[in-house]
Design a protein around this ligand. Sequence first.
Ligand code: SAM
Length: 354
Amino acid sequence: MNTREGNELLANPEVVKGIGQKIDNHGSDEDNSPTLRVSYCDHIWSNLAGYRIFNIELSVRMGALHEVVWSLSGFELAGFDLTGEEFHLISRLVYEKFGINLGEQKRMLVIERLQKELRRGGFSSFKEYYDHVTQDTTGQALLTMIDRISTNHTFFFREKDHFDLLTAEILPKILQKLPGAGQNLRFWSAGCSSGEEPYTLAMTINEYLGPKINIIGVDILATDISVTALAKASRGVYADTETAQISSGLKNRYFMKSGDGTWAVKQSLKKMILFRRLNLMRQTYPFKNKFHVIFCRNVMIYFDVPTRTALLERFCACLEPGGYLFLGHSESLGRSSELLKYIKPAVYQKVVRG
Ligand SMILES: C[S@@+](CC[C@H](N)C(=O)[O-])C[C@H]1O[C@@H](n2cnc3c(N)ncnc32)[C@H](O)[C@@H]1O
C-alpha cells in the first residue's frame, strides 16, 4: 500500500474512528526534507468475519532514514457489503420458502438484520452465508434466517374494532349455529407473532362466554414461522409497557404481576391456546377440523398478489361454511371476492354455495 492509499484510508471516518485522533500528514514521496508522514497503512483486512483489522504506522523519514515513531493496531466492526447478486439470491430464497416479498427497498433491512448472523457464524460475505443456509440439511440455518428477516411487530388489542365486532355480532351468530354438546369453537391466529393476538382473542372470548366457557369448549390454534416469536408467545410473559393496551380489569383477571414488574399470562388463558410452528406457504394444512374464525392480520402485506390469492383459497378450504376471516386493515380484499363476502373493513365471511 503506498502513501496515497494510506492517506485515503485515513480520510475514511470508519478507520479514523479507531484511532481517536486526527493525524496530520505532511510531505510527499518526492520530498526528501525531514518530514512526518504516515508511511504506510498496512494489513487492513476488510470484513474478516465482520471485523476490520488495521495496523497504522506513523514514521519519520529523513533521506534514506526511516523510523517508525508510532503505530496502532486494532479492530473495529465493519459493515458487510451486499452485492446485487447476493441480494437477489437471498430475496429469492425468502420468497420461495416463506412467500415474503423483499423488494429492492428492503436491501438495507436485509443487511441490518442478517449481518449479526454473518458475524456470529464467522462468514466473510453474504454469499458464504447464503451457501451455508442452503446447504444446511437440518433446516436450522434457514429457520434462524427467517427469524431475523421476519417482522414480528404486534401488540395486545391491535385493531380493537375487530374484537368489538367479534363480541357484538360474530360470536352470537356462530354460537347460534353451533350444534351443541361436543362442539368446540375453533379459532386460528395465523401469523400470531409473540402471542398478543391469540391472548387477546382468548380474553375476548372468555369475557363474552363467562361461565359458559366450561360447557362450550374453545380451541385457539396460534401459528407462526418465527421460533423466537413463538417461544415468547408460549412463555406468555410481557413487560409492563407491552401490556399498556390491556385494561386493568382484564390484566388483573388474566395476568399475574411478577416481582420484576413483568406480567405473566394465567394458566386458565394459556390452556385455551396451542402454539405451533407452521409455514403458511405449505400447500396443504394438517388440520382435522375446520375453523369458525381465522385471524391472519398484518401478515399478507409481505406477500405478493399470486401468493395472497393462493393463501386465501387455502384459508377458505379450512373455514367452516359461513366462517369468518379477519385480515389487517391495510390488507383489505375490497368488496368483491368469489369465495368471501365483505362484512366490515378487513372482515370477510366464507360464501356458502348450493
Ligand atoms: C407483523 S406480524 C403480525 C402479528 C399479528 N397477527 C398482528 O396483527 O399483530 C407478522 C407475522 O407473520 C409471520 N409470518 C410471515 N411469513 C410467514 C409465513 N410464511 N408463515 C407463517 N408466518 C409467517 C411473521 O413471522 C410475523 O410474526
